[in-house]
Design a protein around this ligand. Structure first.
Ligand code: UDP
Ligand code: MG
Length: 324
């Protein structure tokens, strides 16, 4: 019995799954996830975080909890706080030595969790994933490749496939993440910045099992802005460099025009060149103000120090209780 208690208290593996309006995917997820984890032959827990779903997800999760109370824990949020905060809540509750994050929509096969764990056994502490075959729209391919390259330059965070949430982290990384209290973050990037030995493996990729993607092109662009301003000051620093160059350029132009006026006389018909130049400068200035705004917005969100999420209830067995 003592064995049983300690086993409940300390699973080896925690699987963290954020859930938002996934009633259509959940039954298939349960049917594949638990057998896949059982097959690994280790002590595990699955932590579902219901991110304020408006469909039957919460009900399905509590049914699943009733069926597998020993391995299942469900955190019910009091509203929609977003995927990354849901994962953070899962991390705060996770007890495993290894922590795997997974989406609820079965885009990454749960059967591939073992692939992520293999490098961890060899001493890697961050195992990212690359989708084997991308079934997304072509524009996503092009956009994500371009974004990746830019992001890698600016933030020094190497992620071949930032869209893939199926990743494994060591307990050490999760402990550090649990100490961070930033409001807006992108988990794979945050974790990467703490990793000592990161690596990546290839995992399977399928179409979303059911339901709709919660992300649009707009939020993809947003995410990348957040990544760059959230993990690096380089955009701001580059911009001051650019400002300096532009100022230097306009100073030279001013000297040139002045000299021309003195020696050649007043210029005629230079009006439109001047307009073009002014619009160009105004454009740059507006972009700079926008960029400043990104950082100020971040500071604003952080200084409010509102709670990152509100938990309505947690369904879990207390670690003292055994159920047989
Ligand atoms: N998700 C969430 N809160 C949200 C949006 C999404 O918890 O506000 C969950 C969603 O249920 C899924 C995961 O985050 O498990 C990824 O969402 P989605 O599949 O819509 O993103 P995509 O795969 O299109 O990037
Ligand atoms: Mg998805």
């Amino acid at each position: 019995m003592n064995d049983r208690v300690s086993h409940l208290a300390a699973p080896q593996l925690s699987v963290v799954i954020p859930v938002y309006n996934e009633e259509a995917s959940l039954p298939a997820l349960f049917a594949r996830l638990y057998p896949a984890l059982d097959a690994l032959g280790l002590r595990y827990e699955v932590i579902f975080i219901n991110d304020g779903s408006r469909d039957r997800s919460a009900g399905l999760l509590s049914e699943q909890y009733a069926q597998r109370p020993g391995e299942t824990r469900v955190i019910l949020f009091n509203g929609n706080f977003g995927q990354h905060r849901a994962i953070l809540a899962g991390f705060a509750h996770a007890r495993g030595e290894q922590i795997v994050t997974l989406d609820a929509d079965l885009q990454n096969p749960p059967e591939d969790i073992g692939r992520l764990l293999a490098p961890m056994a060899e001493g890697f502490d961050y195992v990212g994933s690359i989708r084997r075959q991308r079934n997304d729209h072509w524009w996503r391919h092009v956009a994500s490749r371009a974004m990746n390259r830019l992001r890698e330059k600016i933030t020094r965070i190497k992620m071949t496939d930032q869209g893939c949430m199926m990743r494994a982290y060591s307990r050490r990384i999760i402990d550090i993440i649990n100490q961070c209290d930033e409001m807006h973050t992108f988990i794979p990037a945050l974790a990467y910045s703490f990793a000592q030995r990161p690596t990546e493996v290839v995992v399977g990729h399928e179409e979303r099992h059911a339901g709709e993607s919660k992300y649009s092109l707009y939020s993809l662009i947003r995410l990348n802005f957040d990544l760059m301003t959230g993990f690096s000051l380089v955009p701001l620093q580059l911009f001051s460099m650019l400002g300096m160059l532009v100022a230097l350029g306009s100073a030279l132009l001013f000297v040139y025009l002045l000299a021309r006026r003195l020696w050649i006389g007043p210029e005629e018909g230079g009006m439109f060149t001047l307009f073009a130049l002014v619009f160009f400068l105004v454009g740059i200035a507006l972009f700079g103000i926008g960029l400043l705004g990104e950082y100020i917005g971040r500071i604003y969100q952080e200084v409010r120090t509102r709670p990152r999420y509100l938990i309505a209830a947690v369904l879990e067995q207390s670690s003292e209780v055994t159920h047989d």
